[in-house]
Design a protein around this ligand. Structure first.
Ligand SMILES: *[C@@H]1O[C@H](CO)[C@@H](O)[C@H](O)[C@H]1NC(C)=O
Ligand SMILES: *[C@@H]1O[C@H](CO)[C@@H](O)[C@H](O)[C@H]1NC(C)=O
Ligand SMILES: *[C@@H]1O[C@H](CO)[C@@H](O)[C@H](O)[C@H]1NC(C)=O
Ligand SMILES: *[C@@H]1O[C@H](CO)[C@@H](O)[C@H](O)[C@H]1NC(C)=O
Ligand SMILES: *[C@@H]1O[C@H](CO)[C@@H](O)[C@H](O)[C@H]1NC(C)=O
Ligand SMILES: *[C@@H]1O[C@H](CO)[C@@H](O)[C@H](O)[C@H]1NC(C)=O
Ligand SMILES: *[C@@H]1O[C@H](CO)[C@@H](O)[C@H](O)[C@H]1NC(C)=O
Ligand SMILES: *[C@@H]1O[C@H](CO)[C@@H](O)[C@H](O)[C@H]1NC(C)=O
Ligand SMILES: *[C@@H]1O[C@H](CO)[C@@H](O)[C@H](O)[C@H]1NC(C)=O
Length: 753
């Protein structure tokens, strides 16, 4: 009876007391030391310990997760101080201070609480806590994170996580996760400004005009949340942990020494063994961590690990450290007599290398002209050529943030010197100037984050708010309506697509499809920013395209695009589809190519939308699929015949659309002046066969060869027999003039045989 009263009073008095003070087992006058037991204070479950651990031949004070094989350090006190010797001791003194006694005359404060403690506890979530006599928390290690966030821990705006030097040296390393006051959470190399060009990941929860006060919170079930002052939260990352027993699982988020933000789950079993799984890694390619490799080196993956290699003509600054960057070993004098000495032997090239350093010169030209242009240009030290876009980019050294991209056709050509004069000991003032200029560019902040590397989950409420209650409908597609919305307090326009008619599908499959779409990244694809999967609701959030669709441009506007414009649009669409078919990680058949799904951004660049959704509507591509997919007129014959759908199905739709682009009219026009004009493809084929194509574009000034080329490509694409249709790669090559185009047969001829 009495005791329950005491408990009740205790609860009333201490309603704000953190749970766990009843475990306040470390009393004043307790001490531990590095070698004689006890060397640590453990938590009640035994999963965490606080005390001395070995580092660099001495000992450091910290907290670790206890494993049978190797313990995982999650926190280090005064991490940049030297390790201490085995004579040291850690003590909760009689007057309530937590101190490290380094040597008889030298003590150091571990916890700088303003009050004195009456006891301390190592709790089961990995937090070391000091309590005062009222059992109030006066200091906790969770408030001073190093490189790790544990379930239940949060960091406020202005704070961050700093990586460690290495797995065995927990001093401050080279990377930072920063909670910016504009609301964004950003990863970047420590020595730089967190501007767009240096950041290699951002949560994009950003851009509040007034400084905001948020907390980044890792909850006990592994979700990473951004919580505002009102307690409202936005999900940053939510691993699917529904099948996990949370009782015995601890989540750990670490910014590792290689700059990767990694989420682990540790599942402890009865017998003390634990199962560690990596649940998420940001960025998902280790070489995409900017600043991992220093100046003039590029990152390449070897045996799953990143390796920094020097550019031609340079060598490691510190030959024992591949991350140290590289310096030029030759002094180049190609400008004194360059022109006469034009010779390819002065070049060295690397394929598939890429960097984000902005070039001082960028022009579309042939690769041979690019080489020549660089050789003749005293300022040019390296020319990067993009074979996909045909662009030549000239740069000066030093370069930063370079890595290999095996899937892209880039080639970097380095001038390694006409006259090779050893100049290892000279001060490279030009190079220093470049570094300075580079810093200036960074400071000017003109380089927004060009890539979002992750998809953001949204709540339904958030999207309802963003679209003002789904008020402004932008259009209706085969998947449902699209609404205009704004995020980040009106700073960013988005298009929110509410999917309807979904076949019964679990959230897991939906998320899997979202990952496939989210992994695409191409100039000519609309970018998916995030999604919502709540109960039966499925919504997609896309970047907003300001200039409408190709359908508006072709069929609605008074001004028809000129022939150069039509050619550009045709080629850009073809490149986008080619990427979907052959270049992204998981090939995607669009299944609904039509002018309404080709959008235009501010600069009238083509962006293909609605890709990757076909599977969501009908995972079983063999049966009723044809009933709801595709759009009449653009649908290839195999839709009706029940033959398998393939990438060639998209090629057919592309061919129909290409005719529409060429003639700026719809494929079917019931109001056409004569019956033979109703179906554009047959009308165009007849005129093509009779050599009278120009009769179709009366009154327009047209390059006849271009017109014929475009029509020939279209007619090849719309062959009834899928095998006769070219691949998208061939389409691109025909359009850009790489391959000759033979005379197409009647599109329906093969089918009638
Ligand atoms: C840890 O790394 C820092 C920074 O590189 C270095 O100064 C320090 O000596 C290293 N500590 C040990 C114990 O190796
Ligand atoms: C891990 O921590 C426990 C508890 O402090 C300790 O007894 C053990 O020796 C440590 N294991 C290793 C491999 O350091
Ligand atoms: C303890 O140290 C932190 C970080 O250096 C500082 O922000 C805080 O004000 C200090 N607290 C006291 C009571 O001195
Ligand atoms: C963690 O956050 C997720 C997402 O908001 C939520 O579903 C889950 O219930 C939370 N877990 C706990 C223990 O609160
Ligand atoms: C969680 O752990 C407690 C105490 O160890 C145990 O009583 C309970 O049954 C566990 N719950 C689950 C779902 O495993
Ligand atoms: C070309 O370079 C060589 C040194 O490699 C130099 O001796 C020669 O004079 C140069 N040719 C001309 C025409 O300047
Ligand atoms: C580089 O220049 C600095 C300042 O101009 C000078 O102090 C230094 O000695 C020079 N280093 C070498 C290797 O010449
Ligand atoms: C296209 O976008 C530009 C830039 O946002 C805008 O000025 C222009 O009005 C847009 N045109 C149309 C037709 O929407
Ligand atoms: C055909 O003409 C009628 C009457 O002018 C119009 O209502 C209809 O929209 C037109 N159809 C097409 C496809 O242009």
């Amino acid at each position: 009876m009495a005791s329950s009263y005491i408990i009740l009073i205790f609860l009333l008095l201490g309603y704000c007391v953190a749970a766990g003070s009843e475990n306040c087992l470390i009393s004043l006058n307790s001490a531990i030391n590095p070698i004689a037991d006890p060397t640590s204070w453990t938590s009640p479950s035994g999963r965490f310990a606080f005390g001395f651990y070995q580092e660099g031949g001495g000992f450091k004070v910290g907290i670790w997760m206890v494993h049978k094989s190797q313990n995982t350090t999650v926190w280090t006190a005064n991490r940049d101080d030297l390790p201490v010797s085995s004579n040291a001791a850690l003590e909760l003194t009689h007057d309530g201070r937590l101190v490290l006694k380094i040597s008889p005359g030298e003590t150091q404060l571990i916890a700088n609480s303003s009050e004195s403690a009456s006891c301390a506890a190592m709790d089961d979530s990995g937090n070391f806590i000091l309590y005062n006599q009222h059992s109030e928390v006066i200091w906790q290690s969770f408030n001073f994170p190093t490189d790790t966030l544990l379930g239940g821990q949060s960091i406020p705006t202005g704070a961050g996580l700093y990586s460690s030097v290495s797995g065995t040296n927990h001093s401050t390393g080279r990377f930072l996760l920063s909670m910016q006051s504009d609301g964004n959470i950003v990863l970047y190399p420590k020595h730089t400004e967190p501007s767009g060009i240096d950041a290699y990941w951002a949560s994009n929860t950003c851009c509040y005009l007034q400084p905001v006060h948020f907390h980044l919170y890792l909850n006990f079930t592994g979700a990473l949340l951004l919580i505002d002052e009102q307690g409202q939260s936005e999900l940053i990352s939510d691993p699917d942990t529904s099948s996990v027993n949370h009782n015995s699982t601890i989540y750990r988020l670490i910014l590792d020494s290689g700059g990767l933000l990694q989420m682990y789950s540790h599942r402890f079993s009865e017998n003390g063994d634990d199962v560690v799984s990596l649940m998420r890694m940001i960025p998902n390619n280790k070489c995409r961590v900017k600043g991992l490799c220093g100046f003039n080196s590029y990152c390449t993956m070897e045996d799953e690990e990143p390796l920094c290699r020097c550019f031609p003509g340079t060598d490691y600054v510190d030959s024992t450290n591949q991350f140290s960057g590289c310096e030029t070993i030759f002094k180049e004098e190609w400008c004194s007599n360059a022109k006469e000495n034009l010779s390819s032997s002065t070049f060295k090239s690397i394929d598939h290398v890429y960097w984000v350093d902005p070039p001082y010169f960028q022009v579309t030209m042939e690769v041979a002209d690019c080489d020549k242009s660089c050789l003749e240009d005293c300022d040019c030290e390296v020319a990067l050529y993009d074979f996909d876009q045909g662009t030549c980019m000239k740069q000066k050294l030093p370069l930063m943030y370079a890595w290999t991209v095996p899937e892209k056709s880039f080639r970097a050509l380095f001038k390694v010197g006409v006259e090779r004069i050893e100049a290892a000991n000279t001060n490279n003032s030009d190079s220093q100037l470049r570094v300075f200029k580079y810093k200036k560019i960074v400071e000017s902040g003109n380089f927004g984050l060009t890539e979002q590397l992750t998809l953001r989950p949204f709540s339904y409420r958030e999207l309802k708010r963003a679209t003002n209650g789904f008020k402004e409908e932008l259009g209706k597609g085969s998947f449902g309506a699209v609404y205009k919305g704004t995020l980040y307090r009106g700073k960013r326009a988005v298009a929110v697509k509410r999917l309807e008619k979904l076949v019964n599908e679990g959230e897991g499959e939906f998320r899997a499809e979202m990952r496939v779409i989210g992994a695409t990244n191409h100039r000519h694809l609309v970018r998916l920013l995030g999604f919502c999967a709540e109960a039966s609701k499925r919504l997609l959030v896309y970047e907003f395209m300001s200039n409408g669709s190709l359908a508006d441009l072709l069929f609605r506007s008074e001004r028809h695009p000129d022939w150069n414009e039509r050619m550009r649009i045709a080629l850009e669409i073809a490149r986008g589809i080619l990427y979907l078919h052959e270049e992204c990680d998981t090939p995607i058949i669009h299944c609904d190519i039509k002018p309404q799904n080709i959008l235009m951004d501010d600069f009238w660049t083509v962006k293909i939308s609605d890709f990757g959704l076909a599977k969501l509507l009908m995972p079983d591509q063999t049966k009723t699929f044809t009933v709801i997919r595709g759009t009449r007129g653009y649908m290839a014959p195999e839709w009706h015949k029940g033959t398998p759908i393939s990438v060639k199905t998209d090629v057919y739709s592309y061919g129909i659309m290409l005719l529409e682009i060429v003639f700026c009219r719809r494929h079917m026009d019931v109001n056409a002046s004569t019956p033979e004009e109703i179906v554009l493809s047959s009308w165009a084929y007849r005129h093509f066969r009779d050599g009278e194509l120009d009769k179709l574009v009366l009154g327009e000034e047209v390059d006849k060869r271009l017109l014929e080329k475009l029509v020939k490509v279209s007619l090849w694409c719309i062959q009834d027999e899928p095998a006769f249709r070219p691949s998208m790669k061939s389409v691109v090559m025909m359009l850009d003039g790489t391959t000759e185009i033979s005379v197409p047969p009647c599109p329906t001829a093969a089918a009638t045989v």
